[in-house]
Write a protein that binds this ligand. Structure first.
Ligand SMILES: Nc1ncnc2c1ncn2[C@@H]1O[C@H](COP(=O)(O)OP(=O)(O)OP(=O)(O)O)[C@@H](O)[C@H]1O
Ligand SMILES: [Mg+2]
Length: 418
């Protein structure tokens, strides 16, 4: 009997990043031949996707595409849509979910699910919308409103930030009426939320890839390379589980595969504030200690998707989620538990874990051996040299080298068995 052999191509649609793609490509090369329970053999290859004219009837060669570009570059975005609709290419993330990628939809959906989204008001535009019909429409329908009254009712301090924000664009913390008006005047053509400020004890930021989440302690006021603190027990056990459930709920609900979720924690209550990111930061210079986990998870999840022919659905199915949300017999904790169950189902978690155990049995050792290899170290060095000015190279070699050595020490039991 001949053995079935299948090749799977993973496309990387990239912008300016070099660090994690090189790590991902190196690890994918080391996977070798994968064996599944049915006796088939699988090989995974990666290829960077180039941008060129395409006929809508062309057949893409990729089985899966990890997209880091389409959130701002529309030609490849349309290629992704075609590939998803016509050719069943599996996408991390799908542009069909991008319309929900603004904070606003995500806030609304999570509010309906009963999560503790801070009190939030959407304020009309400060500046007229660029449309010939605006003057008439506005004169006839725009209600006068008293911004001070809204802010006063919500209570200072408040955050004013764009409804579709990202990268701190247009975010202000306002402490009084003067700051409020200044922030609103400066918002110009941006559409703004006014949001209750949570005086948090700790900031948790979770990166989620498929059914894998890493909840990390985040310090938003530090420079990028110091924002993630290496800290293992900074949340209570209950809050830790809840942070994972919330992150995976957001992703499973919107069909996002690769996303980060920010939660403010005060007195063990979790307030999700930001969880819609088409292109979460996975730079080695941000994630450092957590970078090996991110690469391993991305590889495991994409291997699972291509090898098991996981089918991507382009549209959100809100029904099962709202059935839980609207069930008056369930309290908050029971709903969180039910959402975790729905998320596990969505990501096919049991099958995924079984796949990792049987088809990727040596992946931990493989990732360990790569992270301690000269190949990884030279990628780190070249990333440092591209990212920072020359006089800081030595300091950052020490900083990131130290954090990754710490990771290697913490995972030393995995050494050398690959
Ligand atoms: N309701 C809030 N309470 C307390 N702090 C807040 C609140 N909203 C925002 N912040 C602070 O402002 C920062 C930026 O806000 P937010 O994450 O919503 O914007 P962003 O543009 O998506 O930023 P980023 O891309 O860095 O995540 C947060 O990291 C947090 O420190
Ligand atoms: Mg944020």
């Amino acid at each position: 009997m001949s053995t079935t052999q299948r090749d799977h191509l993973i496309g990387l649609l990239l912008g300016a990043e070099e660090d994690w793609p090189s790590a991902f490509e190196a690890l994918a090369r080391k996977l070798g031949v994968l064996h599944t329970a049915d006796g088939a053999q699988h090989r995974i290859e990666t290829e960077r996707v180039s941008i060129e004219p395409f006929n809508l009837r062309d057949k893409p060669r990729q089985d899966l595409c990890i997209d880091r570009l389409a959130y701002w570059y529309y030609h490849p975005r349309e290629w992704l849509k075609k590939a998803a609709l016509m050719d069943d290419v599996y996408l991390l993330n799908s542009p069909f979910t991008f319309q929900s990628m603004e904070k606003h939809s995500a806030y609304c959906a999570m509010l309906r699910l009963g999560l503790n989204v801070p009190n939030t008001v959407l304020v009309p535009y400060k500046h007229p919308v660029d449309n010939a019909r605006w003057a008439y429409t506005s004169a006839k329908y725009n209600q006068q409103f008293d911004l001070d009254q809204i802010a006063g009712d919500m209570g200072y301090p408040l955050f004013m930030k764009p409804f579709d924000g990202g990268g701190w664009r247009g975010v202000s913390r306002v402490r009084n009426s003067d700051e409020l008006h200044k922030a609103y005047d400066e918002s110009g053509e941006m559409l703004m939320h006014l949001q209750e400020s949570i005086d948090f004890d700790v900031f948790a930021r979770a990166l989620t890839i498929g059914p894998e989440s890493m909840v990390m302690k985040f310090r938003p006021d530090e420079p990028m390379h110091d924002r993630y603190e290496v800290s293992h027990d900074f949340l209570s056990e209950k809050a830790g589980k809840e942070a994972i459930a919330i992150s995976q709920t957001v992703n499973a609900f919107f069909r996002w595969e690769f996303n980060s979720c920010e939660m403010l924690v005060k007195d063990d209550v979790l307030y999700p504030i930001d969880y819609a990111n088409a292109c979460p930061d996975v730079a080695v210079t941000s994630l450092h200690y957590y970078f090996p986990w991110a690469m391993k998870s991305l590889l495991k999840w994409s291997a699972f998707c291509v090898v098991t022919d996981r089918k991507a659905k382009t549209q959100v199915d809100t029904d099962p989620w709202f059935a839980v949300a609207d069930n008056a017999d369930l309290d908050y904790d029971a709903k969180i538990l039910a959402y975790q169950g729905l998320a596990d189902q969505h990501f096919d978690k049991d099958r995924y874990l079984e796949f990792c155990a049987t088809t990727l049995p040596n992946i931990d050792e493989m990732v360990y051996d790569y992270i301690v290899s000269p190949e990884f170290r030279s990628m780190l060095t070249s990333t440092i040299q591209q990212t920072y000015p020359r006089h800081e190279w030595e300091r950052f070699e020490g900083h990131f080298g130290g954090l990754l050595t710490m990771w290697a020490d913490d995972n030393a039991q995995l050494a050398g068995n690959a």
